[in-house]
Ligand binder design. Structure first.
Ligand SMILES: Nc1ncnc2c1ncn2[C@@H]1O[C@H](COP(=O)(O)OP(=O)(O)OP(=O)(O)O)[C@@H](O)[C@H]1O
Length: 678
């Protein structure tokens, strides 16, 4: 007990600390003097040097939200290879509890106890395999409740942030996405600065997120979610990877957010005594059981009551983990029974006044009207507008930005990130240019001659191979790299999948077309294939469709398979398709595999390109003056011998267009399942 009563130096923690260690006299106007992109029109609100004064202004207050859950179970099916059977593993074994508003709650327990799982289940991040009830202010919450998603934000352990965005840009994009365009730009900028100040990041306004420290990244991840002012915050191990000072900063920030009326729940591994004391409540999990729920202060007396005496001068958090790890031979199921039979008067009294019926999606949980006076007067009118807008939005349960604006913002973000990370784009263009010049040099002048038809055939073969591989491989990694960020942003309702997907492909498609065109124009010209404009036009159309078909397959593999499998499965499937039609004649293919010949976009592209070169009534090829016999003088002879003299150009264009559309639709489908079937 004596140990618990030794209070940390709260004065130093109460305020949010700036990165330079000081805790007051913050002037955003001063720190952001070099701002360009994110500068508000009227910055009067920030010309205060008084932290307390700034902290009066806060978000429109939302109704307090209490979460209670009963008999929550989570089971997964695992394959036992040694026994060749599927086993069911119970990870949460019927846990119950309550997380109250205005409290900072820690979910603690040894590694593998089920902390993250409990957080995932409560945040609705996992839905399959979950049973039991979760109530929000007494209303039943369904697993896929939109209302609950709107009320909560989930901040994951890994700081999945876009490294090439500045802090202010990341915040402003999030503000546009979450608040929509009915809210003025000035308000959003002010809000962004307000939040960054609150989190001690105002001096990092123009810093790239890649250059932030671990603690700053964590705070930025929280700041991004605070824009929509959610009353519930879930955080998975927010202190992992932070030094003790950053941990203290982070937890004191969470405490402050809780004190404003939010329900803040976070998992934590093994906090120091100082950190431990900063939490209000504690929920301890071990082997899927809840072995303690109550206030931090009550922990040591409670453990003593059940015969577990925390030694003097021992960190109670460490002792709790030792108990939960079974170091004192305690039976967790028995401890869980004792914990559940224990009454928590404070929480139970509070919950008793909440009417407990109906579903959350039918309930009107929204904003509390702002006080008539108080707050920063300069922005009061705007606040009122926002508040009313938020109320309306809340009633309609609608999104922030419209779908078109979501697309536009995400596209802009994508372009900015690529522009800053441009060496990959430059490499892609350079590679196509160099290989175009190389191929053009190797097969220089083969186009018009009857004696070099096979050389030209190899050039077309190499061309198809190149554009198919560059189309596919350049995008295969897009989604695996993006997936964590996409999951976080989509789960926290920043945007819908459709606008996100189109913002990606509408950058990649034109860029791949530019790359492929660079190669095609250079090599086509150097090989002397240019005869007529319309042939070149068909050549380009077919080649570009082939590269875009491959690209759509690349997106599909990237979205479907783990990176390590995608990088070899993609090329393997590409080779498989190339076999059926690249150099094979239809009659040589085993009937069993002829369907592959029909669906191979490789074959369609390759044959179509050859037809643009030698088909469609091409004039006689040039033969040597001395030649007695010139076999391929009539280019059609070559196509007949290769059994590709009856190519339908329109059919090929149609088939590859269908491949592109179908594969993109399948990719959207796969991503949708990954994001929504959790
Ligand atoms: N989908 C799953 N399939 C199989 N096992 C799972 C699954 N999800 C969680 N587990 C197992 O459930 C247990 C609890 O996992 P969880 O991530 O919740 O632990 P934790 O308490 O957060 O641990 P840590 O502190 O190490 O992150 C672990 O043994 C984990 O391997």
């Amino acid at each position: 007990m004596a140990k618990l009563e030794a209070k940390p130096r709260r004065e130093g923690l109460k305020c949010w600390q700036k990165d330079d260690g000081s805790s007051s006299e913050i002037s955003i106007a001063e720190s952001s003097s070099s701002d360009t992109d994110c500068q508000p029109n009227n910055n009067t609100m920030y010309h205060t040097n008084n932290v307390e004064e700034q902290s009066i202004y806060s978000f429109p207050r939302r109704e307090a939200v209490d979460i209670s859950f009963k008999n929550l179970k989570y089971t997964v099916k695992t394959v036992n290879f040694s026994k060749c059977q599927i086993e069911t593993k119970e990870i949460l074994r019927g846990v119950s509890g309550t997380f109250a508003s205005g409290r900072l709650t820690a979910i603690m327990g040894p590694s593998g106890a089920g902390k993250s799982t409990l957080l995932n289940v409560l945040a609705s991040y996992v839905e399959r395999g979950v049973s039991g009830t979760v109530k929000v202010n007494g209303k039943n919450r369904s697993a896929n409740s939109e209302k609950f998603r709107e009320m909560s934000a989930y901040i994951h352990q890994d700081d999945a942030l876009r490294p090439w965005l500045k802090v202010c840009e990341a915040m402003v994009v999030a503000a546009h996405l979450k608040l929509g365009y009915k809210v003025s730009h000035e308000y959003k900028i002010n809000l962004v600065k307000q939040i960054l100040t609150l989190l001690g990041l105002e001096k990092r306004y123009n810093t790239f997120t890649a250059k932030l420290s671990g603690g700053q990244k964590k705070r930025l991840a929280i700041a991004l979610e605070l824009i929509s002012n959610p009353p519930i915050l879930f955080l998975d191990e927010p202190t992992t990877g932070l030094d003790s000072s950053s941990c203290t900063q982070c937890i004191s920030l969470l405490k402050r957010l809780a004190q404003e009326g939010r329900t803040v729940i976070c998992t934590i591994h093994q906090p120091s005594a100082l950190l431990f004391e900063m939490f209000d409540d504690l929920y301890t999990v071990s082997q899927g059981y809840c072995i303690y729920q109550g206030t931090v202060k009550e922990l040591v007396p409670y453990l003593s009551d059940i015969g577990l005496h925390c030694p003097n001068y021992h960190n109670p958090a460490d002792y709790l983990i030792e108990v939960a790890s079974g170091e004192y031979g305690t039976d967790m199921s028995k401890m869980s029974m004792i914990a559940s039979s224990r009454k928590r008067e404070d929480i139970n009294e509070k919950l008793a006044v909440i009417p407990s019926e109906g579903d959350l999606d039918d309930a009107n949980i929204g904003f509390i009207p702002p006080p008539e006076s108080g707050g920063v007067i300069l922005v009061e009118t705007e606040r009122q507008k926002i508040f009313k807008g938020s109320l309306r939005r809340n009633r309609r349960s609608s999104e922030g930005a419209s779908v078109i604006m979501q697309f536009w913002l995400l596209f802009w973000r994508n372009v900015v990130c690529h522009r800053r990370h441009h060496y990959i784009l430059v490499c892609r263009i350079l590679a196509h240019t160099i290989i175009g010049a190389l191929f053009g040099y190797l097969y220089s002048g083969v186009g018009p001659l009857a004696t070099t038809v096979f050389g030209n055939y190899v050039y077309v073969y190499g061309t198809t191979l190149l554009i198919v591989y560059t189309g596919k491989m350049s995008v295969m990694m897009s989604f695996p790299i993006e997936m964590e960020m996409l999951k976080r942003e989509h789960f926290n309702r920043w945007y819908k999948l459709g606008p996100y997907f189109f913002s990606i492909i509408l950058f990649e498609i034109p860029f791949q077309m530019i790359c492929a065109s660079t190669y095609l124009v250079i090599s086509y010209w150097l090989t002397g294939n240019f005869v007529e404009e319309w042939r070149f036009f068909y050549f380009m159309i077919l080649a570009l469709l082939a590269t875009l078909s491959a690209q759509s397959w690349g997106f599909f593999f990237g979205a479907t398979l783990p990176v390590k499998i995608a990088v070899f499965a993609g090329p393997v499937v590409a080779v498989l398709f190339s076999v059926f039609g690249f150099c094979n004649k239809y009659i040589d293919i085993t009937p069993l595999f002829r369907w592959m010949w029909h669906i191979s976009y490789y074959r369609v592209g390759f044959h179509g390109i050859l037809n643009t070169v030698y088909g469609m009534n091409r004039k006689d090829l040039t033969c040597p003056d001395t030649a007695m016999y010139c076999h391929f003088k009539k280019s059609n002879v070559f196509l007949t011998e290769m059994m590709i003299n009856d190519i339908s150009m329109e059919g090929g264009i149609f088939m590859m267009s269908i491949v592109i559309v179908v594969m993109h639709m399948l990719t959207i489908g796969v991503l949708w399942v990954k994001l929504n079937k959790r």
